[in-house]
Design a protein around this ligand. Structure first.
Ligand code: NAG
Ligand code: NAG
Ligand code: NAG
Length: 430
């Protein structure tokens, strides 16, 4: 099936080349209309054969293909040959009585957030230009991707190796990442959630990126398995500097498996409303209160072991259990926060790529990156409960460039994080 996908990509490329050639060759005379039409028809037929029911041209430049749910890209993964799509999670873990009782016993109320900002389904710009019909899923057409150029790092091991590297820099497992995160580990986790404020920080060079997300992880430093979701500005993947909703997975530390969104097969989508990798409509600008937060909930289906992603109640889809070896049991660590990728992190000048809002963490609401409604899904007293972790610690690689501020004074801690890198007047970045 991987071969088939490759063949499709080749045919696709060839079609574009042919179209380009025909138009060029006939540009100087009036006959160019006809060949163009013919190739368009060939391409339309080709798309229909590959499950494309409708294509939506978004005003932001993206093209969203509404693809027959049973012909979506994930199904070309060798491990998913006979996969039967799970249309709904078997059980949606909610904040039930037990959760409230446990949180009360711990002195924590269980309001989702004191922020007053709704945790709603994220809006994307392409919605202005149409919607996908029932039975299809929106897949962003990828024209510029260079997936191999954008490594994702294990947050757990980035932390321990950064500490080691202060004494011996050759110990760095994956250089070029700066994190500012809240992390918890030490228990079996079955899910994590939070509401992330969405910004559009400066990205200085087109091979750099900045993301803010929630990640769950398990396994060793070279073979970790992870599932993640949040927002990201990543020109190498998307061809521009806009904030987009993304997912990521790997089952071998990013060596051979895994990717963002639908760039490689793996993630099964069921939602017809959210496109992975599409531009987010409501971007916050400090110091204004955001219109909404990107609400993310990632949890394991205890019956199928699939890992579901939900945004504001919209069940987007899942990573099937058989992509993983260990994660289908549980995750060992969870992190919330920001990650800047750049080859110029510890050089002079340091990159001016920002994290979060691009401002240093500030407990004054809506100036910096923030995540609230922080929860993990655990088994307590024989039930699955969403609770604030017993233990969670903030961590940053380069506090002068990207810092954090965990506010635990309220019932419901808020994690503020981010920074300008070397950009702007206020930068303390060496
Ligand atoms: C998309 O929708 C916007 C707003 O309704 C409209 O101005 C624009 O022309 C549309 N673009 C396309 C390509 O249809
Ligand atoms: C690195 O060096 C510092 C001080 O020189 C020391 O406190 C720390 O324990 C060392 N870390 C490791 C992992 O050796
Ligand atoms: C640093 O670590 C590497 C890999 O672990 C090791 O080969 C090297 O000898 C170490 N260098 C020093 C100065 O300790």
């Amino acid at each position: 099936m991987a071969v088939k996908l490759m063949a499709i990509l080749l045919v696709e490329t060839a079609l574009f080349v042919i179209t380009g050639h025909v138009v060029l060759a006939t540009d100087s005379n009036s006959k160019h209309e006809r060949p163009q039409k013919v190739t368009t028809t060939i391409r339309d037929n080709f798309r229909r054969a590959n499950g494309v029911i409708k294509s939506i041209q978004s005003e932001d430049g993206d093209i969203i293909d509404c693809i027959d749910i049973y012909k979506q890209p994930a199904l070309s993964h060798p491990a998913l040959k006979n996969h039967k799509i799970q249309m709904e999670p078997s059980y949606v873990p909610t904040t039930d009585q037990t959760t409230r009782k446990i949180n009360r016993a711990k002195g924590k109320k269980n309001k989702p957030s004191k922020s007053e900002v709704p945790l709603s389904v994220i809006k994307q710009i392409w919605h202005k230009n149409g919607s996908c019909p029932e039975g299809t899923v929106p897949i962003r057409r990828n024209l510029k991707t260079n997936n191999k150029a954008v490594p994702i790092v294990s947050r757990r091991y980035q932390r321990s190796f950064s500490q080691l590297s202060q004494n011996n820099t050759s110990n760095l497992l994956r250089p070029n990442h700066a994190l500012s995160v809240l992390m918890t580990d030490g228990d079996p986790y079955f899910g994590a959630q939070g509401g992330i404020a969405v910004y559009n920080p400066e990205i200085e060079k087109s091979d750099e990126y900045s993301l803010s997300d929630i990640s769950l992880e398990t396994g060793g430093p070279e073979s970790f398995e992870t599932v993640r979701s949040g927002w990201m500005v990543n020109p190498a993947v998307y061809g521009d500097k806009m904030s987009r909703f993304f997912t990521y997975w790997t089952s071998d530390g990013g060596h051979e498996t895994g990717c963002f969104d639908h760039i490689c097969p793996g993630f099964i989508q069921v939602s017809k409303n959210i496109a992975l990798g599409a531009i987010i409509d409501h971007i916050s600008t400090p110091p204004n209160k955001p219109a909404e937060l990107l609400s993310i909930s990632i949890y394991k289906d205890m019956y199928t072991d699939n890992w579901w992603v939900d945004s504001g109640g919209e069940k987007i889809g899942y990573w099937p259990a058989n992509l993983f070896e260990e994660l289908n049991h549980n995750a060992e660590a969870v992190q919330w926060g920001g990650d800047v990728y750049s080859t110029r992190l510890e050089t002079h000048p340091h990159t001016a790529t920002g994290m979060g809002s691009g401002g240093y963490s500030s407990p004054i609401d809506w100036l910096s990156g923030s995540i609230r409604g922080i929860r993990i899904l655990r088994i307590l007293q024989n039930s699955l409960v969403w609770i604030y972790p017993d233990w969670a610690a903030p961590y940053a690689d380069q506090v002068n460039c990207y810092d954090y501020n965990l506010q635990v004074v309220s019932d419901d801690p808020v994690f503020y994080y981010g920074g300008p890198g070397s950009g702007g007047q206020a930068s303390k970045c060496p």
